[in-house]
Ligand binder design. Structure first.
Ligand SMILES: [Fe+2]
Length: 189
């Protein structure tokens, strides 16, 4: 997946965080936070790569100890990713297709830019710095960009339910979201 640096103007003018959509999965958020805390389940497998962000799928059996049994049904088709971000590494503006999900910052700080689609009006944008322990959870078709804008490496845990099958990438043009491409599981990652 390509790396994109967040525009400087957005990192220096943070605004209020967006409200949580009604279809955002609280269980995914709970698992992401639990895994961010349970560093013993993943710390020895984290790698950092200069060329691009490092990503790794976590085996459901490995994360089961962090998942409360009451969440098993809600997260039966969930997919869990571990990511590392060196300074300057980040994602393009993207969605997660029909998947809802959550991500929690386990180490360092990540900056999230969220773009809410506008219907007959300009898209609304907000930018938030998320330090270790912070979690964001979101419904399907949520559009955001995540970048490590600081000087310390970061690690995050991402939970998608149902599992991630595609991501559309975007740019903002004339105040509107414009789709620039689609990345598919099994093809692009
Ligand atoms: Fe994302």
């Amino acid at each position: 997946m390509p790396s994109t640096v967040l525009p400087t103007a957005l990192t220096t003018s943070p605004t209020a965080a967006p409200s949580v959509p009604a279809d955002a999965p609280a269980g995914a958020a709970a698992l992401a936070v639990a895994l961010a805390i349970r560093t013993d389940l993943w710390a020895d497998r984290v790698e950092y790569r200069e060329a691009s962000r490092w990503t790794s799928l976590l085996d459901p059996a490995d994360v089961a100890p962090a998942l409360d049994p009451s969440l098993h049904a809600e997260l039966h088709d969930a997919q869990v990713w571990l990511l590392s971000w060196l300074p300057g590494q980040g994602t393009p503006l993207h969605d997660h297709g029909a998947s809802a999900g959550a991500f929690a910052v386990a180490r360092g700080t990540l900056t999230e830019r969220v773009v809410a689609r506008g219907t007959g009006r300009p898209a609304r944008q907000s930018t938030t710095d998320l330090g270790a322990g912070r979690v964001r959870f979101f419904g399907a078709h949520y559009v955001h960009q995540v970048v490590n804008t600081l000087h310390e490496a970061a690690v995050s845990v991402h939970v998608y339910a149902p599992r991630l099958t595609l991501m559309n990438t975007y740019r903002v043009d004339g105040g509107q979201l414009v789709r620039t491409g689609t990345e598919r599981a099994g093809v692009d990652w």
